[in-house]
Write a protein that binds this ligand. Sequence first.
Ligand code: BTN
Length: 278
Amino acid sequence: MNVHNSSNDADLEFFKSGELSVEDIKGGIQGSIGRKIFFYEIIGSTNTIAAELAEKGEAEGTVVIADSQEKGRGRRGRHWVSPPSVNIYISILLRPDVEPKDATLITIMAAIGCTVALRRITGIDVTIKWPNDLMVSDKKLGGILTEMRIARKRIKYAITGIGINVNMDSDALPDVIKGVATSVKMETGMLHSRPEIIIEILNEIDHWYGILKEKRKRELLSQWKELTSMLGRKVKIILGKETLTGLAESIDDEGMLIVKLPSGASRVIRDGDLTFLR
Ligand code: BTN
């Protein structure tokens, strides 16, 4: 296994994997997220490594980056396609002082950071689909998976994992996600620098995480509403064995989705698989 801990100054060799350079990334970090980076060329899942580091007492803001993952995971135990040299796979270790009931706000905060960063650096009109999808014209560009350990009714740590399709071509997409997934390259026709995007994302998340820590919930939720394209749209939501349709109305103070049902009643959705209906 090839690992490089960039915080170790005695070991400041120039470390590259394709064009994914930890030193380049570290040079662009402005806040406390990404001050310490663990880089792997190939790993099971960056979220797993970040959780192990958290258990060992690693500090908040530490980031794990991989060039490829063998066991990348998405929501609901799904596999996250993680080929080498093309995409972004990162996990951020956070120790937020928020109650477990507000945990969705961590994903909301990260989705805002990613969307603002991606819009600025790629010019693509990225939007957020609740709870964790980064979308372009109804195709999935990336996703966020927040996993956490709760002890004594508090979040001991949260790992926010981010996967973004950057330079992947459409023929590299597995058949099951062809037509529903996209990449920055597929949208712009150009190759993009992964370090530049990672720097922008980590700096932007640093900013929005500060807002979350200061409990400025309103600001977070109103920014989310500006960056989503789903409010007012007809949606289908699969909740275990139940499927419902309705209009995506808003999100509440805990980041839960409020859906207006055909009966006129509103229902709060805590988790579920959501697709848009025409
Ligand atoms: C989803 O949309 O289902 C969430 C996908 C999250 C994928 C990222 S890639 C980096 C991190 N490590 C993982 O194993 N998963 C997340």
